[in-house]
Design a protein around this ligand. Structure first.
Ligand code: LLP
Length: 417
C-alpha cells in the first residue's frame, strides 16, 4: 500500500504532482511519501503490540535525517552499522538507548564512538570483536552491552547477495558453537551480555524461514539459560520483503500471528530491525527520458538517471516497476525496451527487456519502490552529482537533501604543490 496515484492524469505523491516537482526541482530526484512511511511503521509496530518490543529502523535502507526523524517521532529506534549511521541517528533525534549497533567490521574508533554515544547494545559478530569491545570499554572505564549475532543456518530463499543466515555467510556465530563465545564474553570484565541477535536475510517473502530461524534461536536461548546466562533482549533483525512486481510477502500481522506465540513467555524485549518494509514502497525515483533510440530493432530509452543514482537493477538484477508520470503515456501501445542511464557501462540500466509504453523524448517516469536502498546506495560515479530527495506530506513538499553542486564533487580534493 502506498500513496503514489494518478490524479487528473498525472502521477502524484499524496497530493503533490510529480510533474510539478520535476519542473521546480529538476530531474532526477527521489520522492518520499510521509503518509506511506508512517503507515508502514504503524502497521509493523502495531502487529507486535501484544509483546514487549522495540522497532529499530534499519538506517542503511534510507538514512536521510528527515526520514529517520519521522520514524523516531513515531517511536522508532535505529539499527546502525557504522559510526556514521550512529551520528545520523543521533542527529535525527534518536534516543541512544534505542540504537543498536551491528556490522562485521567495527573499528576501534567506531566502538569508542558508540560507547561514548551510549548505544543500547552492540550486535557482535566475532570473538576478536568481543576482545576489541572489551578493551575499548576498559580504556573508557565503562561496560559495553552486547548481544551476539547467531547464524542459525536457515535459507531465507532470497537473492544470494542478501541472504545472511546460512553457514557459508560471513555473518555471526555458528549456532552450534556460539555457546562457547557466550562463555568467553561472560568472562570479560567490561562486557555485559544483554541479548541475542539474528538477521537471516532481506526481501524474504515467506513466513517459514523466520519461524525456523526463531525456533532454533529460542532453543539456543534455553541453552544459555541452562548455562546461567540470562538475557533481556531477543533481536530478530529485519528482512520482511515488499512487493516489487508480483511477490506477495506476508503482512506484519501475518508474521506476528506465527511468531508472537513463540515469544510471549520469553520474558525478553523483542527487537526488530525492519528497513525495506518500512521505507521501500514509500519512495520513488523520478527521471526524464532524454533520448529514445533503436538499435537492431531494440528500443532503448535513455534516461537522465543511471546506475549511480539507483544501483539495484544493475547490481542484483532487481525488478523495479517503471511507471509513466503522465497517465496518457501509460495508455499508449506497448513495446519491449530497456531503460538505460548515461553511464559508460553496459550494466547501466534501470529496466531490461521490459514491456513499456511507447515513451517520447522528454517524458517523465517513476521508478517505483525506490525508497529503500535507493539513495543510500547511490554514488558519484562518472562524476555525477547525487540527486535531491523530496519529502511530501499532504499537499506540501520539502527538499530534504539538495542536489549536489559541482563544488560538492571535488570537496576535500587537493592537487599537491
Ligand atoms: N538488520 C541487519 C543486521 C541487516 O543486515 C539488514 C539489512 C537489516 C536489518 C534490514 O533488512 P531489511 O528489513 O531492509 O530487509 N542492498 C540490498 C539489501 C541489503 C540488506 C542488508 N542488510 C537491496 O537493495 O536489496
Amino acid at each position: 500500500m502506498h500513496h503514489f496515484d494518478y490524479k487528473d492524469g498525472i502521477l502524484h505523491c499524496e497530493d503533490v504532482s510529480l510533474e510539478k516537482i520535476a519542473e521546480e526541482v529538476g530531474t532526477p530526484f527521489y520522492c518520499y511519501s510521509q503518509a506511506t512511511l508512517s503507515r508502514h511503521f504503524r502497521v509493523f509496530d502495531d502487529a507486535f503490540k501484544d509483546i514487549d518490543h522495540l522497532v529499530c529502523f534499519a538506517v542503511k535502507a534510507n538514512s536521510n535525517l528527515a526520514i529517520v526523524n519521522e520514524l523516531v517521532k513515531a517511536g522508532s529506534g535505529c539499527d546502525t552499522v557504522s559510526a556514521g549511521e550512529i551520528f545520523r541517528a543521533l542527529k535525527a533525534g534518536c534516543d541512544p538507548k534505542k540504537i543498536v549497533y551491528a556490522g562485521v567490521g567495527k573499528t576501534e574508533s567506531e566502538i569508542e564512538y558508540a560507547l561514548k554515544s551510549g548505544v543500547l547494545m552492540f550486535n557482535v559478530e566475532s570473538s576478536q570483536e568481543l576482545f576489541a569491545i572489551d578493551s575499548v570499554a576498559a580504556r573508557l572505564n565503562t561496560k559495553a552491552r552486547v548481544a551476539l549475532r547467531i547464524n542459525p543456518d536457515v535459507d531465507p530463499q532470497t537473492h544470494p547477495y542478501i541472504s545472511t543466515g546460512l553457514k557459508e555467510n560471513k555473518f555471526g556465530f555458528n549456532i552450534n558453537t556460539a555457546i562457547d563465545e557466550y562463555r568467553l564474553a561472560a568472562k570479560m570484565d567490561n562486557l555485559e551480555i544483554v541479548g541475542v541477535h539474528q538477521h537471516i536475510g532481506s526481501q524474504i517473502t515467506m513466513i517459514s524461514p523466520f519461524v525456523d530461524a526463531l525456533s532454533r534461536l529460542l532453543e539456543f536461548v534455553v541453552k544459555l539459560k541452562d548455562d546461567g546466562i540470562n538475557i533481556k533482549y531477543i533481536n530478530l533483525g529485519g528482512g520482511l520483503g515488499i512487493t516489487y512486481k508480483d511477490e506477495s510477502p506476508p503482512l506484519p500481522a501475518e508474521l506476528a500471528k506465527e511468531i508472537v506465540p513463540l515469544l510471549k513467555d520469553s520474558g525478553c524485549t523483542i527487537v526488530f530491525e525492519p528497513g525495506r518494509m518500512i521505507v521501500g514502497n514509500a519512495g520513488v525515483m523520478v527521471s526524464r527520458i532524454i533520448y529514445t533510440k533503436k538499435n537492431e530493432g531494440k528500443t532503448f530509452y535513455i534516461a537522465d538517471a543511471g546506475m549511480n543514482d539507483l544501483v539495484r537493477p544493475s547490481l542484483y538484477n532487481a525488478h523495479q516497476a517503471i511507471q509513466p508520470v503522465s497517465q496518457s503515456a501509460a495508455q499508449r501501445k506497448k513495446v519491449e525496451a530497456d531503460v538505460v542511464g548515461p553511464i559508460c557501462e553496459s550494466g547501466d540500466f534501470l529496466a531490461k527487456d521490459r514491456v513499456l509504453p511507447e515513451f517520447k523524448k522528454g517524458e517523465l517516469f517513476a521508478v517505483m519502490s525506490s525508497g529503500a536502498y535507493g539513495f543510500t546506495m547511490s554514488s558519484n560515479y562518472n562524476s555525477r552529482r547525487r540527486v535531491p530527495e523530496i519529502f511530501v506530506k499532504g499537499d506540501r513538499y520539502d527538499i530534504i537533501r539538495e542536489r549536489e553542486s559541482m563544488e560538492d564533487l571535488i570537496r576535500g580534493e587537493k592537487i599537491p604543490v
